[in-house]
Design a protein around this ligand. Structure first.
Ligand SMILES: [Zn+2]
Length: 476
């Protein structure tokens, strides 16, 4: 493997977050009953005339600018002709020679992965296959037909499957931050094909590439690329030759399989779409959209490290999703203990969210609630362990932490008289620990607190306990 270099280029399709489709007014809502969001335009009736959705162009431009692309002042739609049952017009409206934007890049681990182009196109419908009946049958759902997409095409700059995965992760984060796409892979809003070839290290010419399709998670992209690189290298090592082909990733067998060779490739007979005027984009529009692009994940991560003094790891996790970063900042604005809050969000809260399959935006524990729990612990009203119980209860019921503590009687012992009696008891019972403490072993203090906590099952105000215990010990 070491003598070979792997060369990867990616093509990413992502659905734009518009309310209506690219060329008609039908809704883009996911999951509606089949063929309920269809009109004559997206069903491809003869004589229909498409009208471009301005919002879709804005979102596409926003992505292009954020990915450092040059938006074209003049771009044109083209017909890509092919027959398939989910494509009623027998052509897809896409862009070919004159794409919306080109020459961008995305920085991954200090290296620029160049973006060749970003273009707009409409999605096709969906086939639903059934095995019922004698020979089975297939049905067509046109709800997806004509949804707005952008295709982002990279140069062959990626050198490993891991780098491909990092690229996709970063691309997805940025698209989510921009609110250009929800990037939901299960719902098909983000799809990725990969071109991969191998060559001897030091070679300047590219090897024969294979295009891999049908990968539906970042993990399968990585696995498919690893499998394909090994397959190509082993053929070359045996003295064989590769041919240019399209292969499908088989998720259940974890292999790539031949789909078609170059000879069988479609000739799409592209030509300019006569029913749409070319897109002309002036500088004012570009400036206006540029000004809407807020802070992107990398910048936010760096700011979190500087402003909140967080480690690179913490800042990376917190800014990986915009919603999580927003939640964190809302908490910190109310209570300036960034590291403590980060730990609660990344630890217990994330675990609860994962278990219930909820996003942090819909967390039953609001930033106000989390801040209240954290401040109760910091003030010494409750222990960290009780804090965890309160968080769980708050997550389950949405009640205020204050209420939960009262209702569940989580803190019984606030009374200083009782606390002092407990302290005297523990001092009598632990002469060795007291001796250790007086000899300068400060850990003995946590041991003694631990003993009282155990006795009272943690239901004692830890702030008063620590303060009073220290007073007693220092008097001894
Ligand atoms: Zn329609």
């Amino acid at each position: 493997m070491e003598e070979y270099e792997i060369v990867i280029g990616l093509e990413v399709h992502t659905e734009l977050l518009t309310e209506s489709k690219l060329f008609c007014g039908c809704s883009t809502k996911f999951g509606s009953p089949p063929n309920t969001q269809v009109c004559s335009v997206c069903a491809g009736f003869p004589g229909i005339l498409p009208v471009i959705n301005k919002k879709a162009v804005e979102l596409a431009l926003k992505a292009a600018i954020a990915f450092n692309c040059q938006p074209a002042k003049f771009s044109r739609f083209a017909r890509k002709n092919y027959f398939y049952p989910d494509l009623p017009k027998n052509y897809q409206i896409s862009q070919y020679e004159e794409p919306l934007a080109s020459n961008g890049y995305l920085l991954i681990d200090g290296r620029n992965i160049r973006l060749k182009r970003i273009h707009m196109e409409e999605d096709a419908g969906k086939l639903i296959h059934s095995q019922e009946g004698e020979n089975g049958f297939s049905l067509v759902d046109l709800n997806r037909s004509c949804l707005p997409l952008i295709e982002i095409v990279t140069e062959p700059d990626i050198r490993s499957s891991i780098e491909a995965e990092k690229f996709l992760t970063s691309l997805k984060q940025i698209l989510e931050y921009l609110e250009v796409s929800d990037c939901n892979m299960e719902e098909g809003s983000l799809r990725c094909d990969a071109n991969i070839s191998v060559r001897k290290k030091g070679d300047k010419t590219l090897g024969v590439k294979a295009e891999i399709k049908n990968m539906n998670s970042f993990k399968s992209v990585r696995k498919a690329l690893d499998y394909e690189a090994k397959r190509q290298i082993s053929i070359l090592k045996k003295g064989g030759t590769l041919r240019q082909e399209t292969r499908l990733w088989n998720e259940s067998l974890q292999i790539t399989e031949e789909m078609r060779t170059k000879e069988e490739a479609h000739d799409y007979r592209y030509f300019p779409e006569p029913d749409l005027v070319p897109l002309t984009i002036d500088n004012r529009w570009i400036e206006e959209i540029s000004s809407q692009i807020g802070e992107l994940p990398m910048q936010r991560k760096e700011r979190f490290m500087k402003e909140y003094n967080l480690s690179e790891y913490d800042a990376g996790v917190l800014t990986s999703a915009k919603d999580m970063a927003d939640y964190f900042e809302e908490c910190v604005n109310q209570y300036a203990k960034p590291k403590v809050i980060a730990n609660w969000i990344m630890g217990d809260l994330t675990a609860l969210l994962k278990l219930s399959k909820k996003g942090i935006k819909n967390s039953p524990v609001t930033p106000e609630n989390l801040v209240q729990i954290v401040s109760f612990i910091e003030k010494g009203t409750i222990t960290g362990n009780i804090g965890k119980t309160v968080l769980q209860e708050c997550f389950k019921t949405g009640k205020k932490p204050e209420e939960i503590i009262k209702e569940k009687k989580l803190i019984h012992i606030h009374d200083e008289k009782i606390i002092n009696e407990l302290i005297q008891e523990i001092i009598r019972e632990n002469p060795k620990a007291i001796g250790d403490y007086k000899n300068g072993k400060k850990q003995a203090l946590s041991y003694l607190i631990g003993q009282i906590m155990r006795k009272t099952k943690g239901q004692i105000n830890p702030g008063i306990l620590k303060k009073n215990l220290l007073e007693y010990l220092n008097k001894l």
